[in-house]
Ligand binder design. Structure first.
Ligand SMILES: [Zn+2]
Length: 197
């Protein structure tokens, strides 16, 4: 009889330990899922990148060189231009927000993007007045207006006065300096509902 009780107790213990193990696995899975759903507010290896911090970024060119991928550094800090028709954002119509790839500053919303046919992603309006800095650019024998990120002064591209209404402006932007984040499903649903009305 004693043996049977011990045996039963042993069985119960095994059962309990199995159960607790499966619960902790479930909790772990839940945790991983919620972490994946969080938008990337920071970027690994780039200490100045933040989608929530609006403070100006002023670091040396040497530091930028260390933290930016070479193609982003070439456009952002050396005012380079990517080859036309090479950006994945050139023909891209997902709903969401475009951020500065160097510092995370919000620059454009997808509903101000349009197909200009010029070979680079084009927008007719920035997200806010302070998201962009305008500088006269007289290089290459042309009179143009350079647009830079309002937070980190990264070179983004140029703005021209041949865009569509309501602004008549065409912000011609290097795709390599843009990070895209899809709008949350809730936002999308809200817009679709508005269209139906
Ligand atoms: Zn920036």
């Amino acid at each position: 009889m004693k043996k049977l009780i011990l045996l039963l107790m042993g069985f119960q213990l095994t059962f309990v330990s199995c159960q607790s193990q499966s619960t902790s696995t479930q909790q772990k899975e839940k945790k991983v899922m919620s972490e994946e759903k969080k938008p990337a507010l920071i970027k690994e290896g780039n200490p100045v990148y933040s989608k929530t911090d609006t403070g100006k970024v002023a670091i040396s060119e040497d530091e930028w060189k260390k933290i930016l991928p070479s193609d982003v550094y070439y456009v952002a800090r050396q005012k380079g231009t990517e080859r036309p028709w090479t950006s994945k954002f050139e023909k891209f119509d997902e709903v969401g927000t475009y951020y500065c790839a160097a510092c995370g500053n919000a620059l454009f919303k997808s509903d101000t993007k349009f197909e200009s046919g010029c070979g680079w992603p084009s927008f007719y309006q920035p997200i806010s007045k302070s998201s962009i800095i305008y500088t006269p650019d007289n290089t290459h024998g042309m009179e143009r207006t350079e647009v830079q990120c309002g937070r980190c002064k990264a070179h983004l591209g140029h703005v021209f006065e041949d865009g569509p209404p309501p602004t008549g402006l065409r912000y011609c932007i290097n795709g390599v300096i843009l990070d895209f984040e899809k709008a949350k499903d809730a936002e999308k649903n809200y817009k679709e509902k508005k269209k139906e009305e």
